[in-house]
Design a protein around this ligand. Structure first.
Ligand code: APR
Length: 231
């Protein structure tokens, strides 16, 4: 018999133990950079070199990190769960992909893709964009990181909202609940009648909205919770 539908939201905390910096910690990315300088369309128009350089460095750093036990546990859950399943990540790293997750939506884009604003093509991309390489499709030098910046619309919102309205379990992992629309997913899931569980190192801005909040490291909490679900 098919089991219930699960939607999982992940944030930077799930990749922290792999060595990818989070955003809002004391040593986080937004402590060293102003959002307005590197993560808005206006910043890119003003200083494309600075913005491309910020994302080039983050893209290059991915080569040195690997998925951790939490990423692997979610890939196992997807493989072994016989109900509906959608993993929504705010992360732009590829650690869920490398762990084997396939029912996966990168709502804030992907570091390893470049988007041509001239012809709208998207390309897998490993190298730097600061050198303004030409788009393999149209030949123009209009490539930018395929990242959803502040003020832009997250990807796949229709798919995500449909899954949230149908889910019976919503799990939020490693996100501070500071950025919408992701921070509001718990409300949609509750409205749909789902059980809601948060797994996070610290209480988040939305902790009180969850039925249950477990505090700890993702590499401890996520494999243990997946074991419970599959038991
Ligand atoms: N295990 C579990 N949770 C952790 C761990 C860990 N090892 N380390 C940190 N955390 C938690 C922190 O307690 C924090 O609540 O992860 C959360 C990370 O929060 P943020 O840095 O705000 O990252 P995130 O919530 O993913 O940010 C959302 O903001 O800047 C934008 O687009 C960016 O996608 C990002 C969005």
């Amino acid at each position: 018999m098919a089991r219930d539908s699960i939607v999982i939201l992940t944030g930077a905390g799930i990749s922290a133990e792999s060595g990818v910096p989070t955003f809002r910690a004391a040593d986080g990315l937004w402590e060293g950079h102003r959002v307005e300088d590197v993560a808005t369309p206006q910043a890119f128009a003003r200083n494309p070199d600075l913005v491309q350089g910020f994302y080039d460095a983050r893209r290059a750093a991915l080569a040195a990190v690997v998925p951790n036990a939490a990423h692997h546990a979610l890939a196992r859950l997807e493989r072994e769960w016989d109900g509906g399943f959608l993993l929504v990540t705010q992360n732009v790293d590829d650690l869920h992909d490398r762990a084997g997750s396939r029912a996966l939506v990168h709502m804030h884009g992907e570091l390893l893709k470049a988007w041509c604003t001239g012809c709208d093509a998207r390309h897998a991309w490993q190298g730097d964009l600061r050198c303004m390489p030409r788009c393999p499709t149209c030949g123009a030098a209009n490539l930018r990181p395929d990242i959803v910046w502040f003020g832009e619309m997250p990807y796949a919102m229709d798919t995500i909202e449909t899954a949230l309205h149908q889910c019976s379990l919503f799990i939020s992992i490693g996100t501070s609940g500071a950025v919408y629309p992701a921070a509001g997913f718990v409300e949609i899931a509750r409205w749909a009648g789902a059980r809601t569980v948060e797994l996070n190192l610290d209480p988040s801005a939305t902790s009180s909205r969850f039925h249950e909040s477990r505090l700890g490291r993702a590499t401890d909490l996520v494999p243990a919770f997946v074991d419970e679900l599959l038991a």
